[in-house]
Design a protein around this ligand. Structure first.
Ligand SMILES: Nc1ncnc2c1ncn2[C@@H]1O[C@H](COP(=O)(O)OP(=O)(O)OP(=O)(O)O)[C@@H](O)[C@H]1O
Ligand SMILES: [Mg+2]
Length: 145
């Protein structure tokens, strides 16, 4: 599958990668954001939301689990860090939550891997020894730089 690899040395650079990703998404797109705590998943989500015309500040939904941002292409941003099983996700709303009218961004989406559609975008953020991030993007049909 096609994939792109980027290295970012600051939050601002990761935000820009998010904006590039966002510019090739469309209503119905599903993005799974993977990476250790503090790797930059929320920063990247913020960049995607910015590209979709969301002007509200996009913050971590760690406690609310789901945050929705209305707009021309609404964003549903989930953080499943606190979800420990598929059953818990079902209690939250389950599979229907993944499919929205807009773009769905899922931090720790690997926790619900069996429920994720095959057609999706996967982003992996890795923290390097020098603090920079390696960002691997898979499943984006056309990536504008
Ligand atoms: N290259 C970089 N890209 C993104 N964030 C960076 C970078 N370098 C440093 N940071 C810092 O790392 C932190 C990333 O936080 P963020 O909340 O986006 O991570 P996260 O992966 O969503 O964490 P969590 O697993 O807790 O949800 C921010 O404080 C940001 O300023
Ligand atoms: Mg986060």
């Amino acid at each position: 599958m096609n994939h792109q690899v980027y290295t970012t040395s600051s939050e601002e650079e990761t935000l820009q990668i998010g904006t590039s990703i966002g510019s090739s998404l469309h209503p119905g797109s599903i993005v799974c954001l993977r990476g250790s705590l503090g790797s930059g998943k929320t920063v990247l989500a913020r960049g995607i939301a910015r590209a979709m015309g969301i002007t509200e500040p996009v913050t971590s939904p760690t406690f609310t689990l789901i945050q929705e941002y209305p707009g021309p292409c609404p964003i549903r941003h989930m953080d499943l860090y606190r979800i420990d099983s598929l059953e818990e996700f079902e209690h939250l709303g389950g599979e229907e939550l993944i499919f929205s009218d807009g773009v769905t961004l899922i931090e720790w989406g690997e926790k619900i891997a069996p429920l994720l559609p095959h057609i999706r975008t996967d982003v992996l953020l890795e923290i390097r020894d020098d603090g920079s991030r390696t960002i691997t993007v898979r499943g984006l049909p056309c990536m504008l730089s």
